[in-house]
Write a protein that binds this ligand. Structure first.
Ligand SMILES: [Ca+2]
Ligand SMILES: [Ca+2]
Ligand SMILES: [Ca+2]
Length: 269
């Protein structure tokens, strides 16, 4: 009888889990924060991001912004970045998108009743967010989340996108918090909390013929069309014959078995 060394098994497990990252305790040593945007007078907005109690549940990351509004309007944004390396791109199935979720709340209501929250990536020192996904949150926990392809992530203050291709520079992940305002000259203090941060790399897989990260009826329609054509050398077959999962030159019952297994799982790993 052969024993599988526990160390080897652990290594395999960590490879699988490298596609996702989550944090519900927010040790200060594992997070940093830095200013992304500050259009206040003299760019004098201050902020904090530290581990605190009163999460959803238990510990969380507490945040605070102190900034000056002007009649013309200002905006500030703070990056909160995990120091734990999430993802070093390597050869493999293509990246479909990056999925995130976290819980957020604003505690300074009604004095300052809103804070913007959203997901954040850093690649090669450049920051990327998802326009339109910043949520304004009043008192009480709100669950935020979504999934975005490389095209949907946009550089903060620019128009470029991150590179999700194999061999691209590694990605760091986190979230941003933001405030702004116009029409007054008040100085404000906003406080809030974030908990249950989670992020997951979504890749395509065998059976995902339309490359959206899951195997469902839309893929079945594509598979059936290829199955009816059968021969990969038929000019009617889609380029590359992607439904020929075992690469034997035909889309037949063997490939159907592979498709059904992926269809049952629905989501690619
Ligand atoms: Ca927690
Ligand atoms: Ca699909
Ligand atoms: Ca085949």
């Amino acid at each position: 009888m052969r024993y599988v060394p526990l160390l080897a098994f652990s290594a395999l497990s960590s490879v699988a889990s490298a596609q996702s990252f989550s944090d519900g305790t927010f040790f200060d040593s594992q997070w940093l924060s830095t200013k992304l945007i500050d259009t206040t007078p003299a760019a004098d907005a201050t902020w904090s991001g530290i581990r605190g109690s009163g999460g959803n549940p238990d510990d969380c990351r507490t945040i605070a912004h102190n900034w000056q509004i002007t009649p013309a309007g200002v905006s500030i944004a703070i990056a909160h970045l995990s120091k734990v390396t999430l993802w070093s791109p390597a050869a493999g199935p293509g990246i479909v998108g990056i999925q995130w979720s976290f819980d957020a709340r604003c505690d300074s209501a009604p004095y300052v009743s809103a804070i913007g929250f959203g997901p954040l990536l850093r690649q090669n020192g450049r920051w990327f967010g998802v326009p339109g996904n910043a949520a304004i949150v009043g008192a009480g926990w709100t669950a935020l989340g979504g999934i975005a392809s490389a095209a949907a992530w946009v550089e903060v203050g620019g128009t470029d996108h991150p590179d999700f291709s194999p061999g691209a520079p590694s990605l760091e992940v986190g979230f941003f918090t933001s405030n702004g305002g116009s029409g007054t000259s008040l100085r404000n203090l906003a406080t809030g909390r974030v908990d249950n941060y989670s992020i997951r790399i979504r890749r395509t897989c065998a059976g995902d013929l339309n490359v959206d990260g899951q195997v469902d009826d839309a893929d079945f329609v594509l598979f059936v069309a290829a199955y009816n054509i059968l021969d990969c050398s038929d000019p009617a077959m889609p380029a590359g014959c992607p439904s020929d999962f075992n690469q034997d030159g035909f889309v037949d019952d063997t490939d159907f078995v592979t498709f059904v297994a992926a269809y049952d799982n629905l989501l690619c790993p």
